[in-house]
Design a protein around this ligand. Structure first.
Ligand code: ADP
Ligand code: ZN
Length: 741
């Protein structure tokens, strides 16, 4: 790296800093080779911090920032030391810069995602010693029982045992070990480091693919061999073997001795994915998600960095791992909104995965039965390759879909299951097959109302109703941590026993199902009941081994699961996502319901999907019946084209929040007044956000819409950097928003 005359070194720290800070290189480090990406310790406000030696990358012109003010170069502090670990790879530094610029966030905040827990991660593995019998030495001391036990044991094992292990196992004391050591009979030796990440076996179990699958797999394998950036959409109906197909591309990439990153929208999905991987390759893949123990986190980070892991499956943050030799990225269920990180650094992991593939110059595969609008349009416009799988594996057919008009076939008063759905469920139960009842709402009831005065119980910190969770006897806010015990009287008019639950959540459906189907073995799946990968694994086992036959779940069951004996899916309230002013309401609902329905009849028995709805003429319902997802999306896209809504234009949401409503409104209006005037830019708002109060912060929103060829980041810089705000006011930018709350 070229250093200036004064040896000024920019160091980026993992805090919300927009820029690296300048430090001096001390005399004793002047002759050391200093690479960007190196880990250093520097002083910051009386503390010592770990940072990264930085070097800016040139980004595409749209993303380049305006020059910042000349930075302080007087009285600079010195770097304390350079840590003896490999620097972050250059492509990762470039990626961090990209993510920060594209998503309009501070460089240091993105670094913070990358090197979270870095102190622990960098700590070297503890060295472990074990005991070895010294060969050809005469037994010069008396052989007591304990001594004999030790010698016999260590000579018959195929690995070294540590003192602690021997003491625990043989019930001996450490002085016995020391005695033997002093006599020269046994000696300590370093236990060699075993890799926790065994190599996949390419030939462990190779499925024979159908013609259609083979063609797709060959195409993807060729992309891997080409070692070049390309994006391929792998679209196949649910159960068509998409996973099987991309496993083939993974195999090719392993053969090329390159690393593979697979992103899943939810860690809950990783257990079934891991099993499938193990069946195909004989070993487990490495995992990366927020629930890993710190030890495993350290081992995984270090092994990725040393190129010792070939396949890693993970959640969003896996994108920021220091891969050295990445050869393929796969984003499974690419349409999932869970890929969007909505807090802290707001970014879409699917889009950033494409950036990472581009910078790495490797192929990326986007996988879905119901691709997002952006991806589908890019595929139709020829920007992405488009592979389709049209048949279910082994002759399984797509489920038969029926609409239940709730205006005609209505449930009993206070109930939610319609007569046709009840009848179908009973039939499936009697055939010893499985049913999934789906409702995307946690808890017992979304609203609690006083029958006497009409009061609705709301969160005091958010503009949201409290949701009853009867299992835990609480009313809970789903937006913050607030909860109260279910009150006995109305907090407003003090009427006794006047509070009634309005509407259903899955706890209420479970209550109804228990009464309606007394012999069913019920399993409830929601983020309340499955809050760790272990619990998910257990739930999957219960389903696979048919210990349960009636599953009641939220969107957590909609994702890529494969349950062979599940033949009926009942959608309790198909209209749920369609209300509200969300631009993508129809698209999201369609994707979700299509996915849920796709769980039915994936194996030897045909499946049925029954959809309860009041909106039986809605285009979403028609599409679900006809099954022509792409057609719906193309029509929907066309409607957006004239006005340059995405995917034909760009959006950025600006969220102003403050401690008082007045401060929020003032700043939002100031933004409105100073908004850029340009015929190609449309500003909507300011207006109170639908969640106008969230965790005690008042919120206003603006929406910026431009043509696609306009660099929205540059406009935002020019606009927002000129605004002065009070200390309690925060302006957040959400590029390509998918939530409008
Ligand atoms: P998708 O990901 O498209 O929903 P999957 O890859 O999960 O589909 O395939 C559905 C089921 O069919 C899985 O159990 C999978 O193992 C099986 N399957 C698909 N293709 C094959 C094949 N060629 N050989 C054996 N099993 C297959
Ligand atoms: Zn709240």
């Amino acid at each position: 790296m070229t250093l200036s005359k004064q040896n000024i070194i920019p160091v980026l720290l993992p805090y919300p800093f927009k820029e690296p800070l300048n430090y001096l290189l001390p005399e004793d480090l002047k002759f050391q080779k200093i690479l960007p990406g190196s880990f250093v310790i520097v002083p910051l406000n009386q503390r010592k911090e770990i940072g990264i030696i930085w070097q800016h990358h040139s980004l595409p012109s749209g993303l380049t920032k305006l020059p910042t003010k000349q930075k302080r170069i007087k009285n600079l502090k010195e770097i304390i030391s350079i840590l003896p670990v490999s620097p972050l790879p250059p492509v990762l530094l470039e990626f961090i810069e990209w993510v920060a610029q594209y998503n309009f966030t501070e460089l240091g905040s993105v670094l913070a995602i990358t090197i979270r827990n870095i102190k622990i991660i960098l700590k070297p593995e503890k060295k472990q010693f074990g005991w070895l019998k010294v060969p050809n030495v005469s037994l010069s001391i008396k052989m007591t029982k304990a001594r004999k036990k030790i010698l016999e044991f260590i000579q018959t094992q195929d690995r070294l045992y540590s003192s602690k292990e021997l003491i625990d196992r043989l019930h001996i004391t450490s002085s016995t070990l020391i005695g033997l050591e002093k006599a020269g009979i046994i000696a300590k030796q370093l236990i060699p480091h075993v890799s926790f990440f065994p190599k996949p076996d390419l030939y462990f179990h190779q499925p024979s693919l159908s013609d259609e699958q083979q063609k797709a797999a060959d195409f993807l394998s060729q992309k891997v061999i080409d070692h070049q950036f390309s994006v391929t959409l792998l679209q196949g109906i649910t159960g068509s073997g998409k996973t099987e197909v991309y496993m083939q591309a993974i195999a090719t990439c392993i053969e090329q001795k390159k690393q593979i990153l697979v992103l899943l929208p939810e860690i809950a999905l990783s257990s079934q994915w891991t099993d499938r991987f193990a069946k195909r390759f004989g070993v487990n893949p490495a995992l990366w998600h927020s629930d890993l123990t710190l030890k495993l986190r350290r081992q995984t980070w270090q092994a990725i960095s040393k190129n010792q892991i070939s396949v890693l499956v993970g959640a969003r943050s896996a994108l920021f791992l220091p891969f050295r030799n990445l050869g393929l990225i796969i984003v499974d269920e690419e349409h999932e909104t869970a890929f969007k990180q909505e807090e802290g650094v707001i970014y879409n992991a699917r889009d950033m995965a494409i950036v990472r593939a581009k910078l790495t110059n490797c192929p990326i595969i986007l996988v879905s039965a119901t691709p997002s609008m952006e991806t589908l349009i890019n595929a139709y416009q020829g920007k992405y390759h488009h592979l389709t799988l049209t048949k279910r594996h082994a002759g399984a057919v797509m489920p038969h879909t029926e609409l239940i008009d709730m205006k005609i076939s209505y449930p009993q008063r206070g109930h939610y299951l319609s007569p046709p759905l009840i009848k179908a469920t009973q039939q499936v139960l009697s055939k010893n097959e499985q049913i999934l009842l789906f409702l995307n709402r946690r808890g017992y009831a979304p609203l609690t109302l006083c029958r006497a005065c009409g009061y609705r119980l709301e969160c005091p910190h958010c503009s949201a109703w409290l949701v009853e969770h009867r299992n835990t006897h609480k009313l809970v806010c789903h937006h913050c941590d607030y909860f109260i015990p279910i009150p006995k009287e109305c907090p407003h008019c003090n009427a006794k026993d006047s509070l009634v639950p309005i509407g259903p959540g899955i706890e209420r459906i479970t209550e109804e199902a228990k009464i309606t189907f007394p012999n069913a073995r019920i399993l409830v799946m929601s983020s309340d009941t499955l809050n760790s990968p272990k619990m998910t694994t257990e739930a999957i086992r219960q389903i696979m081994e048919k210990e349960v036959n009636l599953i009641i779940g939220t969107q957590i069951v909609a994702k890529g699961w494969h349950f062979p004996d599940l033949t009926l899916v009942g959608i309790i309230d198909a209209d749920l996502g369609l209300t509200g002013a969300d631009l993508r309401a129809a698209e999201k609902t369609l994707q979700l319901l299509h996915q849920v329905g796709g769980r039915a009849g994936r194996s030897h028995f045909p499946g049925t999907v029954m959809i309860q709805s009041y909106l039986t003429n809605h285009p979403v319902m028609n599409t679900l019946i006809r099954g022509d997802f792409n057609q719906f999306m193309l029509e929907e896209a066309q409607e957006r084209q004239n006005q340059f809504w995405p995917p034909y234009g760009r959006l950025a949401a600006i969220i102003v929040s403050a401690d008082t409503n007045q401060d929020a409104i003032e700043t939002a209006h100031l933004l409105g007044q100073t908004a850029p005037q340009d015929p190609n830019i449309v500003i909507l708002g300011p207006a109170p956000a639908p969640l106008s109060l969230l965790r005690n912060r008042y919120r206003q929103r603006l929406l910026l819409r431009t043509r696609k060829n306009i660099a929205i980041q540059l406009i935002l810089h020019q606009w927002l950097d000129s605004i002065k705000t009070k200390k309690n006011v925060k302006i957040e930018v959400d590029i390509d928003p998918i939530s409008f709350l």
